[in-house]
Design a protein around this ligand. Structure first.
Ligand code: LLP
Length: 419
């Protein structure tokens, strides 16, 4: 459930008409709902009630510091994959002991700065990374808490570009080598082995792959404990999918996911961490766009909107579906459009043969489920300034990232002296 609903005609984010935001800020614009972010965080928090746990929001899905502060103020931890994300979490007021650092390629600078700034744990993905963390921690006279990310060789049944838990993927160490790697880690100075980490992919629509992975992690926990490692935390990654369309079969609910976690891992007396991104932020955001032209093709009609693949790349990159709905309620889905942006490549297509209410130039539409992997993946391709972001809270809204002016965009380039 989210807080983007029609209220006697106009589509609203909580109590604010999206058309009012479009009027004030211009289009395209991302709009997020505070109440939806809060609701989704609480669903996970409640789902794990009874187990010691920390829900660490995957910052990569939406890294605006106003979004991070909204969640951090509820007690959320943060899962970060770069120094930039770490510094954003810090700027949002989240303390280091609630920040987990994931990712396959942490640089020495990233390790040093986060160790000094305070970090809950590094999720380590290789032995060379263990060596690097050990060396830097020792040099700084600090101890680095670590979990090793294991690759359980489980098929997540999701889009190939976002599956991470098969042995051919670059992530984690093979679970078959875990005992050796934990023995190696335990012998290194400056390293405190605190747990095990696993993340098998994103937009999972069934529980079975999670269950398979977590069962393997439960077995590994007992094996590693028998080897003498004090495994006290399990980081289960993110990945629970969201409904991208009202017509789709809905993925499992956080409560069902939580029950499965308790069933597979509840007996182990460990603290659970999870790293959901999409399920918290995805349906908490829409991208509002204006129709520029209607164009008659030979055998189709194009709806040309002012948002493009540089603003929302998911359809071009993953063949992803986003519902596109009018800003004024309509029960008439009689028009069929190819919805496209102004960018100069055919991949800049949001939907083909989409049935929707008839549109005219100047009308406003909303791309739903755009709060995760939307603004964060935007670029300035075709020299289109980065799309702005707005946060709604009840009756109020605020611009939380302004649209850069053309001058600002161009001023970042410099012409060398020889020209
Ligand atoms: N933890 C780790 C280690 C991850 O790699 C990810 C996502 C998450 C947590 C959060 O996953 P979520 O709960 O959001 O599914 N750009 C793609 C998604 C890439 C996901 C990458 N890793 C998309 O737009 O679908």
């Amino acid at each position: 459930m989210d807080h983007f609903t029609y209220r006697d005609g106009p589509l609203c984010a909580e109590n604010v008409r999206l058309s009012d935001i479009a009027q004030a800020v211009g289009t395209p614009v991302y709009v997020y709902s505070t109440a939806t972010l809060q609701r989704h965080f609480k669903l996970f928090d409640d789902a794990l009630a009874g187990l010691p746990h920390l829900v660490c929001f995957a910052v990569k899905s939406n890294s605006n510091i106003a979004v991070l502060k909204t969640l951090g103020d509820l007690g959320a931890g943060m899962d970060v994959v770069s120094l930039g994300e770490y510094l954003r979490a810090k700027a949002a007021g989240v303390p280091g002991d609630r920040i987990v650092f994931s990712g396959v390629g942490k640089t020495a600078e990233e390790i040093r700065t986060t160790l000094q700034g305070g970090i809950r744990q590094f999720n380590v993905e290789s032995e060379p990374e263990l060596d690097a963390i050990s060396a830097i921690a020792t040099e700084l006279g600090l101890t680095a808490p670590i979990a090793v990310r294991v690759n359980p060789d489980v098929d997540a049944h999701t889009h190939a570009k976002i599956a991470t838990g098969k042995s051919e993927n670059k992530f984690g160490i093979p679970i078959s080598r875990a005992r050796a790697v934990y023995a190696y880690a335990a012998g290194l100075p400056g390293i405190d082995v605190v747990g095990i980490d696993v993340h098998i992919g994103s937009q999972l629509t069934e529980l079975a792959p999670f269950r398979a992975a977590y069962t393997k992690v439960a077995e590994l926990t007992e094996v590693l404990r028998a080897d003498g490692h004090a495994i006290r935390r399990l980081d289960l990654g993110g990945g629970l999918g969201i409904p991208y369309s009202r017509d789709n079969n809905a993925p499992p609910l956080p409560s069902e996911y939580g029950a499965m976690v308790k069933e597979t891992l509840g007996h182990l007396d460990v603290e659970i961490e999870i790293e959901p991104g999409r399920l918290i932020s995805g349906n908490a955001g829409v991208l509002v766009s204006r129709v520029i032209y209607l164009k008659e093709g030979e055998d189709r009609r194009f709806l040309i909107v002012d948002a493009a693949m540089n603003d929302l790349i998911r359809p071009a990159m993953y063949e992803a579906h986003h519902d596109i709905i009018p800003l004024v309620e309509s029960k008439d889905p009689s028009a069929i459009y190819d919805v496209v942006g102004p960018v100069c490549e055919t991949g800049d297509t949001f939907a083909r043969g989409r049935a929707m209410a008839p549109q005219q130039a100047g009308d406003l539409v909303a791309f739903r489920s755009a709060g995760a992997y939307g603004a964060v993946m935007a670029s300035e391709y075709n020299s289109r300034p980065l799309v702005p972001e707005v946060l709604v809270n009840g009756d109020q809204f605020a611009v939380i990232r302004a649209r850069p002016s053309y001058e600002e965009m161009i001023a970042r380039d410099t012409i060398p002296a020889w020209l």
